[in-house]
Design a protein around this ligand. Structure first.
Ligand code: IPM
Ligand code: MG
Length: 372
């Protein structure tokens, strides 16, 4: 298959982890005889420094012309520490989601069997956790009208949803539940918010078309608690933009590291794949960031285009890196492997996916990983 891929490294550790994803995709090309082309675009603080805008026109066009976008991370301390900055790097990502109408953000939360002990939750609680968050991505409080009073003593963010915005993601979430454990939990705050009451009304009606899926409801505060007490109860969580943002970080934390989980942002015409995690500015350039979330985002991309075997090969190689302890320091404080070595190991194991081959770990550090 031919694919035109736009690479948006963004800020912080984004470019470093994305480079590992490209290594893995090149291994997929080689192994499965595909042809991917890669074009880089600027977004976030790096784009602001160069063009004065977090999302230059050029980047939007590049994304619109490509089949898929791989996104790194966005945000820098310079802006995080300055609440009065009028233009912020994050606006680049938000505007891009909106421009491309990427209304569904799919965030799988799955515990890796080899990493159960890394979870802050007890083993028997976390073991077997496997759910997916369907987060609405282009509406709600993120995009409602924003205001500041002249004197800077009042601000407001409007939370709005329309039936159309809710129903298009709800259908996707029900379809996902149908092919999984057949349970959909709508997370909202319907005891307080009008928008949540609209979500309940629309989702309850749509549920009639999916009789095999059991629908239940949780208020978001309770859902956050349930995720800690019994994450195994969840299959598909459907929720609005802001609640999904918060719950997905919590979901990645219970899996042991924020550096592990991938996501896909899907619209009718475009698709973008990005890790859950943020830009981790403190780690920038240190070769310590975990590339797994970014690499697994490529696996989601491959599946999205029907390359299921290829996607599996990436996931198997990631599992192998964990089994063999070729991991970054967030997973093993004594690890001597950096971002690029872990990326190289995973890429090499896509090419040589024979599980029985022995790896020459000594050479990995030298950038010439070889099978012995
Ligand atoms: C995410 C991030 C973004 C969001 C930020 C960087 C704007 O936290 O993708 O979860 O809030 O959506
Ligand atoms: Mg977030």
């Amino acid at each position: 298959m031919d694919l035109k891929i736009t690479l948006l490294g963004g800020d912080g550790i984004g470019p470093e982890v994305l480079a590992q994803s490209v290594k893995c995709l090149q291994a997929v090309e080689e192994t499965f005889n595909h042809h991917f082309t890669y074009t880089e675009g600027l977004i976030g603080a790096v784009a602001m420094d160069k063009y004065g805008s977090p999302l230059p026109e050029e980047t939007i066009n590049l994304c619109k012309e490509s089949d898929a976008i791989l996104f790194g991370t966005i945000g820098t301390l310079k802006y995080d520490d300055n609440p009065s900055a009028r233009v912020r790097p994050e606006q680049g990502l938000l505007q891009l989601r909106r421009e491309l109408e990427l209304f569904t953000n799919i965030r799988p939360v799955r515990i890796f069997p080899t990493l159960v002990a890394k979870s802050p939750l007890k083993k028997h609680v976390i073991f077997g956790t496997d759910f997916v968050i369907y987060r609405e991505l282009t509406g709600g409080i993120y995009f409602g009208e924003k205001q500041w009073s002249e004197d800077g003593t009042y601000a407001s963010d409007l939370c709005e949803y329309s039936e159309k915005e809710i129903s298009r993601i709800a259908h996707l979430a029900f379809k996902a539940a149908k092919s999984r454990k057949k349970k959909l939990t709508l997370v909202d705050k319907a005891n307080v918010l009008e928008t949540s009451r609209l979500w309940r009304k629309v989702v309850t009606r749509i549920a009639e078309s999916y009789p095999e899926v059991k629908l239940d409801f949780l208020f978001v505060d309770n859902a956050a608690m349930q995720m800690m007490l019994n994450p195994n109860q969840f299959d598909v969580i459907l929720t609005e933009n802001m609640f999904g943002d918060i719950l997905s970080d919590q979901g990645s934390a219970i899996c042991g590291s924020k550096g592990l989980l991938p996501s896909a942002s899907i619209g009718a015409e475009h698709a973008m794949f990005e890790p859950f995690h943020g830009s981790y500015p403190q780690a920038t350039g240190k070769d310590i960031a975990n590339p797994v979330a970014s690499i697994l985002s490529t696996a989601m991309m491959l599946s999205h285009f029907g390359m299921h075997e290829e996607s599996r090969a990436v996931v198997i190689a990631v599992h192998k890196s964990m089994r063999k302890n070729v991991v970054t320091k967030d997973l093993n404080a004594n690890s001597r492997y950096g971002t690029s070595e872990v990326g190289a190991f995973i890429a090499d194991n896509i090419i040589d996916s024979d599980e029985n081959l022995n790896y020459n770990y000594e050479n990995i550090g030298l950038g010439k990983s070889t099978i012995i």
